[in-house]
Design a protein around this ligand. Structure first.
Ligand SMILES: [Cu+2]
Length: 129
């Protein structure tokens, strides 16, 4: 089971950090810093770029409680809109603006760009192992 989880994480190139040791290095509480850098100790952050009229990666498999951050790296405005209302959709994202969600519910959640409906993506949130 552990092996499966590791493989999943390793295969996701968008994983920025899987932090399991930061709490040892930092005594501060698990709040976010002002710039979005995490200081908590038990979740991963996944990054999705919005570029070339696509979400990259388009699909993601994560674990409950992980955080996903979308960054508009294009010059067009985009907006992340969920197909259902489990999570709040983003505002319009201008260049370099980000939108982040703690995925606290397991399931598969699809979304699209509220401005360019051909842009789609989905995130599978697996139960905690
Ligand atoms: Cu768009």
């Amino acid at each position: 089971m552990n092996g499966i989880m590791r493989k999943t994480l390793n295969s996701a190139q968008s994983v920025i950090v899987v932090i399991s040791f930061v709490s040892l290095l930092s005594c501060s509480s698990g709040n976010e810093g002002g710039n979005g850098i995490i200081t908590s100790n038990d979740f991963a952050i996944y990054k999705i770029d919005i570029t070339n009229f696509a979400f990259s990666p388009q699909t993601l498999s994560i674990e409950v409680g992980d955080k996903v951050v979308w960054t508009n790296t294009a010059t067009d405005i985009h907006r992340v809109v969920w197909d259902n209302g489990t999570f709040s959709s983003s505002d319009n994202l201008d260049i370099f603006q980000t939108y982040e969600v703690f995925m606290t519910t397991s399931g598969t959640f699809s979304y699209f760009c509220g401005i360019h409906s051909s842009m789609t993506g989905s995130i599978t949130v697996n139960p905690a192992s």
